[in-house]
Design a protein around this ligand. Structure first.
Ligand SMILES: [Zn+2]
Length: 108
């Protein structure tokens, strides 16, 4: 089980497993404690909301649900598909993530 991730907020990822497989979106939030990510437009769940002051009618709202970070893979903008990455350390930029196929930097 992965205990750390190279993913960052704002990364565009594709879901590789589960019922949202094949969908892609931007990472909205990373929950490091639970090893889960929240991805835009992916894994939305409908929640029934009881009437409250905020929503007097109650009803159904769509919310992003979290997904385990091992189930998503970074999308390379250059290859236009999910790729593995490698880490390159450079003195002035710190850590850079490069596409393993085309060596294009990702999300920097
Ligand atoms: Zn690439």
């Amino acid at each position: 089980m992965q205990t750390t991730t190279r993913l960052r907020k704002g990364d565009v990822v594709q879901v590789m497993t589960g019922r949202s497989r094949g969908k892609s979106g931007k990472i909205l939030r990373i929950d490091h404690a639970k090893a889960r990510v929240y991805v835009e437009n992916v894994q939305t769940v409908k929640r029934h909301v009881k009437p409250s002051q905020k929503q007097p009618q109650g009803g159904v709202v769509e919310k992003e649900a979290s997904i385990h970070w091992s189930a998503v893979q970074l999308l390379c903008g250059h290859c236009a598909k999910p790729v593995r990455i490698r880490i390159k350390k450079s003195d002035n930029k710190g850590m850079q993530r490069l596409c393993i196929k085309c060596a294009h930097p990702i999300g920097n």
